[in-house]
Design a protein around this ligand. Structure first.
Ligand code: NIG
Ligand code: FE
Length: 385
């Protein structure tokens, strides 16, 4: 089965040779892109879709989310919007609600957010555990997530479990031992919240190296609230990404620039928006030579948005990114953060994951903030929205 999408006003391929094509067409065959080029030379196909001048982009790659949760933290958000500061303490509220939820409730919740994301053009989503914090609850979270995505991350080290409040070393032992044994079969990555009030540099190193020894790829919640050791640790361990990167020293920026081929700086503007914090400086990172990704961080506490277009608009408005850079970071950047070469771009051979916009170019994602511009989505070659 082949599908020809013709009359594309602007086609962002993220391919160094193809670039952004105008008056373009694309052919999908099975789950792959088979052909990309000028509308005038488009081959015939089984099915033909007229884009009527709309833009087409690769599906968004959301490389950082926390979607296995139950409950709601509206009260905490309300308090924050009246001036209260964000602390990671609220994580425990969601841990209690998640532990109390049935498998079916958690599965229905994740399904709901995946549908919401798909309608907004996101075709690849990474999902973390981290609201269970017991062996059984962390393993269950990853089992449920793995039914929806291959991009699963073990985050038993989100915060110290309440039962271990007085014995953090014993919790680290659990996270690197029995909990890791139960979770590793369902996870691709290992993550740790390296932050004051969560896990320090030594604890984070122990957790990540234990995960690596079990075949997991490391990534780090780094330098979100303070200028800690997370970024340096991520680079030192060859992590796939250092996520947040809000409070960076010059040395941190240089480390990320030097590691641009290995460790992606993943920026999560939804978190700063929803916690009324200062945004990360994307310009500083890009100018230094770092590879940057944008992602939602979707979770009920610090960033309850599932919208990549929203993150793009904020990144352009307040983080020094151009519209082109922001859309590339939300597609190709996310793919790099997940070490995926099949998504995030639209050259022949790539996965046929793409979004059509009710706009003549992808710049409108930032130019028309808050407007639902995604008008059609293909995932693995099948039209899903
Ligand atoms: O990435 N910073 C740690 N974890 C999440 C927040 C989780 C929560 O507040 O529930 C984050 O922002
Ligand atoms: Fe996060």
């Amino acid at each position: 089965m082949t599908t020809l999408i013709t009359n594309i006003g602007s086609l962002l391929t993220n391919d160094p040779e193809l670039g952004t094509l105008t008056n373009a067409a694309i052919v999908l065959e099975g789950d792959r892109v088979a052909w990309v080029g000028s509308d005038l030379s488009a081959p015939a196909a089984d099915e033909r879709v007229d884009a009527e001048g709309r833009a087409v982009i690769p599906g968004f790659v959301d490389s950082h989310s926390h979607l296995v949760f139950a409950g709601d933290r509206t009260a905490e958000f309300n308090a924050r919007m009246s001036g209260k500061a964000y602390t990671a303490g609220g994580i425990r509220t969601t841990v209690a609600a998640t532990r109390a939820a049935s498998d079916e409730q958690l599965d229905a919740n994740i399904r709901r957010y995946f549908d919401e994301m798909l309608r907004q053009g996101t075709t690849t989503v990474e999902v973390k555990s981290g609201y269970g914090l017991t062996v059984a609850d962390e393993a269950r979270a990853l089992r449920i997530a793995a039914a929806h995505t291959q991009e699963t991350t073990y985050l038993g080290a989100h915060v110290v479990a309440p039962e271990f409040a007085d014995a953090p070393a014993a919790y680290v032992e659990l996270v690197t031992g029995e909990m890791l044994d139960a979770c590793a079969p369902h996870a691709r990555y290992v993550d740790v919240f390296c932050e004051r009030g969560a896990f320090d540099g030594d604890q984070a190193r122990a957790i990540l190296t234990a995960g690596v020894a079990r075949g997991l790829t490391p990534r780090v919640h780094a330098n979100q609230l303070t200028q800690g050791p997370g970024v340096q640790l991520a680079v030192e361990l060859g992590a796939a990404s250092a996520d947040h990167c809000t409070h960076l020293s010059d040395e941190d920026v240089k480390a990320l620039a030097d590691a641009h081929a290995t460790t992606v700086a993943t920026l999560l503007p939804g978190a700063e928006f929803s916690t009324r914090a200062v945004y990360p400086d994307a310009r500083r990172l890009i100018d230094a030579g770092a590879t940057v990704a944008l992602s939602t961080d979707c979770n009920p506490g610090s960033s309850f948005t599932s919208s990549m277009p929203f993150c793009i608009a904020v990144a352009v408005r307040d983080m020094g990114m151009t519209p082109d850079e922001a859309v590339v970071a939300a597609t190709l950047g996310g793919a790099r953060a997940l070490r995926r070469t099949d998504v995030g771009h639209l050259a022949p051979g790539a996965r046929a994951d793409l979004a059509m916009l009710d706009a003549p170019s992808h710049v409108h994602l930032a130019y028309r903030p808050g407007v639902p511009l995604v008008s059609a989505v293909w995932q693995g070659g099948a039209r899903v929205c």
